[in-house]
Design a protein. Structure first.
Length: 114
């Protein structure tokens, strides 16, 4: 059973940067298109970014140009570099396969103050 553990969230100011990590155990992420998702208070979970098995990437409109998704297959870890953070980026961030194959982890809280 694959477990996903997200980390790296913090309370930051607008304009700051953060790097989120998603470590997987019990299975490999290498063969999956992986994604980052987020859920803001009172809102549904939404897609943020994805990286394919061939390292192709795609971003939501809100993430495009500010966020970068990457993966380290040797470490079985997914990353999300977030720059120029905005208050509207405040949310709990989760990782999963793009098809949401695995159970959701606890996520990591990102709070951006204005």
């Amino acid at each position: 059973q694959v477990q996903l553990v997200e980390s790296g969230g913090d309370l930051v100011q607008a304009g700051d940067s953060l790097r989120l990590s998603c470590a997987a155990s019990g299975g490999t992420l290498q063969n999956h298109a992986m994604g980052w998702f987020r859920q803001a208070p009172g809102k549904k979970r939404e897609f943020v970014a994805t990286i394919g098995w061939n390292d192709s990437t795609y971003y939501s409109d809100s993430a495009q140009g500010r966020f970068t998704i990457s993966r380290d297959n040797a470490k079985n870890t997914l990353y999300l570099q977030m720059n120029s953070l905005k208050p509207e980026d405040t949310a709990v961030y989760y990782c999963n396969t793009l098809s949401e194959l695995y159970a959701w982890g606890q996520g990591t809280q990102v709070t951006v103050s204005s």
